[in-house]
Design a binder for this molecule. Structure first.
Ligand code: P5A
Ligand code: ZN
Length: 482
């Protein structure tokens, strides 16, 4: 069958594909007997580590410092900010006993850490010189999700929750921090070649306790949107609830201004989903646990000189900084080794046989298009380097284009419905801005309002709201979503 370099041949059964790939590689084992949890396998953990490494680098580059807070939050702390607790109440797991003795103070498993971290901010912040604070942690959190759970995408133990929390002297600075958070996340997704749109969530869907929330959404192969990260402006709400103040130069006190932003293993689910194909994982080079898989073309492990040469090539590539392995399993045919490394998403495969040894050549196969080239064995490092760069560029361009084709415009409710049904993705339409219209649209279309475009002009101007025919002053984004 000719291999298509285009994205997805499996869009009809995306969910099945996803479950199959994460089980077959394997990346993540869903058989652990607690609903909404899963196990990162050795290979899955390596992908996860590549992703968390990128997250750390991008946050640290902008002055965030890593910390580690306790998992347990006393009930009186969790309850301090009223909007926050109202919304999380039904999602909290509680620890009520130590052995057989009931605890005096019930302890929550953190559903997110505002209420764990901010009481400590209250202790750490006294003077203007204590600000700003910019910290993050990568931890597990627990949410008793009642919607259908899905591996990595909607779990009850989020095992890879990166949360950043900041405190500032002024509103301007905190809102500047929100913009920086958006830029940091954009960089992270760009490095992972995950396309996204950024929307200001509608008021009724913002993070509980926030003044506004900006969300990143991508579109998966089945046309449904997935929220892969959020940045929140918290204003002074938590600062007032937790009494976080600093002394100003005039001797008076001012509550701090705050921002927070979060990403989870959903990003890893998106990474797998947007790039993968019928052969399995396709990974950008930065996060591929193995970048170059070397396959000796020998049968029944014979031809020792070929295997030896493969190991020499491997050592050479490793010295040049590649993550590489020789698949020298005996009693496994080269064909099934190709299958293994395609499934695991190794960007480049090198095939080396007896004839290559004579000719001083090697065969290079790129994972994204499965195209083969023959190169001189002496220039393998340079060729592999070029190929990785070309694959990364191709993945970026391909996903960007695919996503671009799934952002449509519509001017009537019927248009929106038709687009959602026929090609899915995100539909933009003029909106009057009223909550009533937004909520009616969600019901009528069985879809979610993602919000208005972040940082773009108000393209809805001069049109009429698709729901009420009133004057539209903004664009609304609508999608079926996870
Ligand atoms: C921001 C960090 C917060 O919790 N507090 C600290 C803020 N925001 S959030 O929108 O509620 O979550 C951040 C991101 O985490 C992902 N996420 C999940 N991933 C998998 N399973 C879940 N049950 C789950 N819940 C949230 C989302 O990508 C979200 O944007
Ligand atoms: Zn309206």
């Amino acid at each position: 069958m000719p291999k298509s370099p285009e994205r997805k041949v499996w869009s009809e059964s995306y969910s099945e594909w996803f479950h199959k790939v994460i089980a077959e590689v394997p990346v993540y084992d869903t058989r652990y007997p607690v609903k909404g949890t899963g196990v990162w396998t050795p290979f899955g953990f390596k992908i996860r580590k590549g992703v968390t490494q990128i997250i750390r680098e991008e946050l640290e580059r902008k002055g965030h410092e890593e910390v580690l807070f306790p998992l347990l939050i006393p009930d009186y702390m969790l309850n301090k900010e009223s909007e926050h607790i109202k919304s999380f109440e039904e999602e909290v797991f509680w620890v009520t006993h130590g052995g057989t003795s009931p605890l005096d103070v019930k302890l929550a498993l953190r559903p997110t850490s505002e209420t764990a971290i901010y009481p400590m901010f209250q202790l750490w912040i006294n003077a203007y010189s204590d600000l700003p604070i910019k910290i993050f942690q990568i931890v597990n959190i627990f949410r008793y999700e009642t919607k259908a759970t899905r591996p990595m995408i909607r779990v009850r133990e989020v095992s890879t929750f990166k949360e950043a929390h900041t405190a500032h002297a002024t509103k301007e600075e905190a809102e500047g921090q929100v913009r920086e958070g958006v830029e940091i996340y954009s960089r992270i997704f760009e490095r992972l070649r995950i396309p996204f749109v950024r929307s200001v969530r509608p008021d009724w869907d913002k993070f509980p306790g926030a003044e506004y929330s900006i969300a990143f959404d991508t579109v998966l192969s089945d046309g449904k949107a997935l929220q892969i990260g959020t940045v929140h402006f918290l204003g002074q709400g938590f600062a007032k609830a937790f009494d976080i103040k600093y002394m100003k130069s005039d001797g008076g006190y001012e509550y701090v201004w705050q921002a927070c932003y979060g990403i989870s293993e959903r990003v890893i689910a998106a990474l797998i989903s947007v790039h993968g194909d019928d052969q399995g994982l396709v990974l950008p080079s930065e996060v591929a646990p193995v970048q170059v898989a070397i396959i000796p073309i020998v049968y029944k492990g014979k031809e020792e000189r070929v295997v030896k040469r493969c190991h020499e090539v491997k050592d050479e590539l490793a010295r040049s900084g590649f993550r590489t392995v020789v698949d020298d399993r005996e009693e496994v045919t080269p064909g099934s080794k190709y299958f293994t490394w395609e499934l695991r998403g190794a960007p480049v495969r090198i095939e080396l046989g007896p004839r290559d040894l004579e000719a001083g050549t090697a065969v290079l196969v790129r994972r994204d298009t499965l195209q083969k080239t023959v190169v001189k064995v002496t220039s393998l490092s340079e060729e592999a380097e070029k190929l990785l760069a070309s694959i990364d560029a191709h993945l970026g361009g391909r996903e960007e284009k695919w996503m671009g084709e799934r952002i449509s415009r519509a001017s009537t409710v019927e248009d929106v419905r038709k687009t959602l049904e026929e090609k899915g993705g995100i539909v933009e339409a003029p909106w009057c801005g009223s909550r009533g219209c937004g909520e009616e649209l969600e019901v009528k279309l069985d879809a979610r309002i993602l919000g208005v475009p972040y940082n773009e002009g108000s393209a809805g101007e001069g049109h009429t709201c698709i729901n009420c025919d009133g004057k539209a002053d903004r664009t609304i984004r609508i999608a079926r979503s996870y």
